[in-house]
Write a protein that binds this ligand. Structure first.
Ligand code: Z5A
Length: 212
C-alpha cells in the first residue's frame, strides 16, 4: 500500500527481554533532539482499544485463551493501531518507532503456535492495511538472559511458556531476517551494553540514509 507520506516506519522485533523498549526510548530522545518528530508506539497496546486488548492477551491470571482467539486479538489490535496511530503519523511526515509488529505475528503465531505461514502472511497484510516497515531491527538475545531481563517484575502469559516455545520463536525470527535482508538488521544483544547497541542502531540509521 502506498503510505502517501514522507514519514519513516521503523520496527523493533525480537524475543522477550532483548531490549526493544530500552532502545526505542533512547532512539526517540536522540532523534527528537535532532529535531525530528517522533512517535514511539507498541503492539499490542498502541491505542486505547489496544490497551484493553493487551490486558486480555498478557494477563496470566485470566482463564486460558484459545490460540485462534489470541491470534485474532493481536490482529484486531493492529488494525486499530495502523489506522489510529501509524498511518496518520506517517502521513504527517513523522518517524514512527514501533515495539513489535507483523514479524512478531509470524515469529510467535507461526513459530510458536504452529499456524500456517500462508494464513498469517494473509492476515498480517489484512490487519496492517499492507503497511510494511522501512527498516526493522531484530534484537536477538540468548533465552536465559532475555527471560531473566523480561521477568524482572512478574512473568506474563508468554513469558511463562517453556524454553522450547521460545527457541522456536527465535529460530523463526532468524528465518524472517534471512528472507528479508534489505529490511531487517539483526543485532545480538546478549553480551552488548545498552549504550553499544544504541550506537550500532544509530550508525545503521545513518548508513542507510533513511532520514530526510
Ligand atoms: N506477540 C505475539 O505473540 N504476536 C504478535 O503479533 C505481537 C506480540 C505483536 C507482548 O509482550 C507479547 O505479545 C510478546 C509477544 C507477543 N511476548 N511476550 N512476552 P510485551 O510487549 O510485554 O513483551 P516484550 O516486547 O518482550 O517486552 P519486554 O519483556 O519488556 O522486552 P524488551 O522491550 O525487549 O526489553 P526492555 O524492556 O527494553 O528491557 C528489559 C530489561 O532488560 C530492562 O530492565 C532493561 O534495562 C534491561 N536491558 C535491556 N537491554 C539490556 C542490555 N543490553 N544489557 C543488560 N540489560 C539490558
Amino acid at each position: 500500500m502506498d503510505k502517501t507520506n514522507n514519514g519513516m516506519f521503523i520496527t523493533f522485533e525480537g524475543p522477550e527481554g532483548s531490549g526493544k523498549t530500552t532502545q526505542i526510548n533512547q532512539l526517540d530522545s536522540y532523534l527528537s533532539e535532532m529535531g525530528y518528530s517522533v512517535v514511539s508506539t507498541r503492539e499490542p497496546g498502541g491505542t486505547g482499544v489496544g490497551c484493553s486488548i493487551r490486558e486480555i492477551l498478557l494477563n496470566p491470571d485470566l482463564p486460558p485463551i484459545q490460540t485462534r482467539t489470541e491470534l485474532l486479538l493481536f490482529l484486531a489490535d493492529r488494525a486499530q493501531h495502523v489506522q489510529e496511530v501509524i498511518l496518520p503519523s506517517l502521513a504527517m511526515g513523522k518517524i514512527v518507532l514501533c515495539d513489535r509488529y507483523t514479524d512478531s505475528t509470524v515469529a510467535y503465531q507461526v513459530g510458536g503456535r504452529d499456524f500456517s505461514e500462508e494464513l498469517i502472511v494473509t492476515l498480517n497484510e489484512f490487519s496492517s492495511y499492507s503497511v510494511v516497515p522501512d527498516l526493522t531491527f531484530m534484537l536477538d538475545v540468548d533465552y536465559k538472559i532475555g527471560i531473566k531481563r523480561a521477568t524482572r517484575n512478574f512473568a506474563d502469559r508468554f513469558e511463562k511458556e517453556k524454553k522450547s516455545f521460545h527457541d522456536k520463536i527465535r529460530k523463526k525470527y532468524h528465518e524472517i531476517a534471512k528472507n528479508n535482508p534489505d529490511r531487517m538488521v539483526v543485532i545480538d544483544t546478549t553480551v552488548k551494553s545498552i549504550v553499544d547497541i544504541q550506537d550500532i542502531i544509530r550508525s545503521i540509521i545513518t548508513e542507510k540514509k533513511i532520514l530526510r
